[in-house]
Write a protein that binds this ligand. Structure first.
Ligand code: UD1
Length: 345
């Protein structure tokens, strides 16, 4: 067991829970803070079933400075933070911009403010390929220009990145690794944890698996008249466990003073662009389950095509996405079936 403790904000969420598993398996002590606004306590059972260790858990909101202060006082051994706690639905952010700016910016600022006085060395920040907007060329490197955000959600990611740069530039004795995720999909191979969307899923894979199991009648493919080989949008679908592993490497880098710069930014993707239609075909091939779907009009605000050049992360982090899309689709399906078995969905 390592002596370092990692604070995982939003640790009962989708990517957070998978990262807690990888951290524990790498020997880290973990404490989770989550307000359970988009997750639930049962996730702790899933984590414990996989790793044999129940992570410490504080139910609180990261925008609550007093609660955060108490947490740091209670856990003086916290040496690093992974900040997942954020609101993340693009459409909702357009309707409720204040909620998004308040949650996402205040959470980060509170953490950055408290880190130096509690001797916390570094913070990993969850950013998104959304900062690239519609990229001029694919695959996208970290040097690609940041485009004007098309939603408050996307804007919070851009502003948060800037806040981190400004705070570190001001001389704060902390380091940060910014991870720009492409499209995280799939679930832990044990099917003990996975994505649990609230209500009607907005994202492709949860909608697809819910259609495959019969909760939804039909998956709508948003547009097949894009300038892509089959007309549907192209994304870089990255396995959530591969993604989680990159966080452990990023934390280690900060704690062991291996960072080349005080703020480092990495694209986390596979390097492979797959269209929405290709993804549906991959799911059907991998699981032998048919997904009823129809082509409908474009969804407002969608990017036509975006996929990562993950070379920098491959070289500098020594990290590479390795899961095949077929295995990833099988894991998403196994998770959906597990939810059904437990009577959750
Ligand atoms: C969006 C955000 C991303 C954010 C992510 C998580 C943008 C440009 N992207 O990703 O930053 O991190 O959500 O919430 O803001 N699709 C269908 N039918 C569906 C659902 C989706 O055809 O029912 C298509 C979409 O049109 C898109 C692709 O599937 O082409 C992926 O959609 P989705 O899973 O929602 O992710 P993004 O929009 O890529």
């Amino acid at each position: 067991m390592k002596t370092d403790r990692i604070l995982v904000t939003g640790g009962t969420g989708y990517i957070g829970s998978h990262t807690v598993v990888e951290l524990q398996q790498a020997g880290y002590n973990v404490v989770i803070i989550d307000n359970l606004s988009n997750s639930n306590r049962d996730v702790l059972d899933g984590i414990e079933r996989i790793t044999g260790i129940r992570p410490d858990f504080i139910e609180a909101d990261c925008t609550d400075m007093n609660a955060l202060s108490d947490l740091f006082n209670q856990y003086p051994d916290i040496s690093g933070i992974i900040n997942f706690a954020a609101s993340k639905a693009v459409g909702e952010s357009i309707e409720k911009p204040i909620l998004y700016y308040r949650n996402n910016l205040n959470t980060l600022m509170n953490l950055l403010d408290l880190m130096p006085q509690h001797g916390v060395k570094g913070i990993v920040f969850s950013s998104s390929c959304t900062v690239y907007g519609e990229p001029d060329e694919n695959p996208v490197t970290e040097a690609a220009p940041i485009k004007v955000a098309t939603s408050p959600y996307g804007n919070t990611k851009q502003i948060c990145e800037e806040i981190i740069h400004d705070v570190v530039r001001s001389g704060a004795p902390i380091k940060s690794v910014i991870l720009r995720y492409f499209n995280p999909v799939g679930a832990h191979p044990s099917a003990e944890i996975g994505e649990l969307p609230n209500g009607v899923p907005q994202n492709l894979i949860p909608y697809l698996t819910q259609t495959a199991i019969g909760i939804r009648k039909e998956l709508s493919v948003f547009g097949d008249d894009y300038d892509t080989p089959d007309g549907s949008c192209i994304r870089d679908f990255i396995n959530v466990v591969d993604l989680a592993k990159a966080h452990v490497i990023a934390v280690e880098r900060m704690l062991q003073d291996k960072c080349i710069e005080n703020v480092e930014t990495f694209n986390l993707g596979t390097g492979i662009g797959l269209s929405v239609k290709e993804l549906i075909a991959a799911f059907e091939r991998a699981t032998s389950v048919k997904v009823p779907h129809k082509i409908v009009g474009r969804r407002a605000g969608d990017i036509e095509k975006v996929w990562a050049n993950p070379q920098y992360a491959n070289d500098v982090l020594g990290w590479k996405a390795t899961a095949s899309i077929d295995d990833t689709m099988r894991s998403a399906w196994a998770w959906q079936c597990k939810l059904r078995e437990r009577g959750i969905m």
